[in-house]
Write a protein that binds this ligand. Structure first.
Ligand code: PLP
Length: 224
C-alpha cells in the first residue's frame, strides 16, 4: 500500500492539474479505506453494489462513493439515496431506471455515460450513436433527476500504448463534441473519467481529469 506522504504528494499534484483521484477500494477491507480517509481523502470507488452498501454502512457518511462497475437496474434503488457519482451508465434503460428511482426520492443523481472505447471486445459501454441519442434526450430535458457530469471509458487491457492512447483520444474527442453540441451552457458537464493504475499516465496526456486507481493506492487485490 502507498504511504501517506506519497499519497498526499500525488493527490496534490493531480489536484493542481485539475485532476480528481478516485481511490478504487473494491475487495479491500474497511480498515484500509479508513486509513486513506484519515489522510483526508473522500472519493472512493467500488464496482459491486453489495460490497458498496456494506462499506457505506460502516464508514463515515461524508465519503463520496463512486460506482464504477456495471449496475443492474434492480439495484438502482439501493444506491440512489447516497451515491456520489455513477460512472457506469451504459444503456438508455439503465438511465430511465435511475431517473425513475431518483424522482421517487426527489434527488438529482450525478452520472457519467460510459462509452465503449476499447477496440478489443468489451462487454459494457454505449456505442457512439447511443451516446449521441442519450445526450440529445438529456439536453432536451427528458431526465429532470439526472445531472450529467461527463463521460467514462475503459481502454483495452494491452501493452500497446499507441492503441490505449487512441482509445482515450476517442473519448476526449466525443466529450468535446457532446459539450459543444449539447452542453455548452452547462457548467456540470466537465468530467472525463479515464485511466486506471496501468494506464492513467496515458489517460492524463489525453485529457483525463478523473482517474480511478486501485492497486496504485491499496496494493494488489487478493484473488484477482
Ligand atoms: C478495478 C477498477 C479500476 C482500478 O483498477 P486498478 O488497476 O487497480 O487501478 C478502475 N476502473 C474500474 C472500472 C475498475 O473496475
Amino acid at each position: 500500500m502507498i504511504d501517506k506522504v506519497e499519497f498526499l504528494d500525488w493527490t496534490k499534484e493531480l489536484k493542481d492539474q485539475g485532476v480528481q483521484l478516485v481511490a478504487v477500494s473494491k475487495v479491500h477491507p474497511v480498515n484500509k479505506i479508513k486509513q486513506v480517509y484519515d489522510w483526508g481523502h473522500r472519493d472512493f470507488g467500488e464496482n459491486r453494489v453489495q460490497e458498496l452498501l456494506e462499506k457505506h454502512a460502516e464508514l463515515p457518511k461524508d465519503i463520496c462513493w463512486h460506482l464504477i462497475g456495471h449496475l443492474q437496474r434492480n439495484k438502482v434503488k439501493d444506491i440512489v439515496g447516497f451515491i456520489g457519482l455513477i460512472h457506469s451508465v451504459d444503456s438508455a434503460r439503465l438511465l430511465n431506471k435511475i431517473e425513475k428511482e431518483a424522482a421517487k426520492i426527489g434527488r438529482e443523481i450525478p452520472v457519467l455515460l460510459q462509452l465503449k472505447i476499447a477496440e478489443e471486445e468489451s462487454k459494457y459501454g454505449l456505442r457512439v450513436e447511443e451516446l449521441i441519442a442519450l445526450c440529445g434526450k438529456i439536453a432536451n430535458g427528458s431526465y429532470p433527476h439526472i445531472e450529467l457530469r461527463g463521460l467514462m471509458g475503459m481502454a483495452s487491457f494491452t501493452d500497446d500504448s499507441e492503441q490505449v492512447k487512441r482509445e482515450f483520444e476517442k473519448l476526449s474527442g466525443l466529450f468535446e463534441q457532446m459539450k459543444s453540441k449539447y452542453f455548452s451552457q452547462s457548467a456540470n458537464f466537465t468530467i472525463r473519467s479515464m485511466g486506471m493504475s496501468g494506464d492513467y499516465k496515458i489517460a492524463l496526456r489525453q485529457g483525463s481529469n478523473m482517474i480511478r486507481v486501485g492497486s496504485s493506492v491499496f496494493g494488489p487485490r487478493p484473488g484477482y
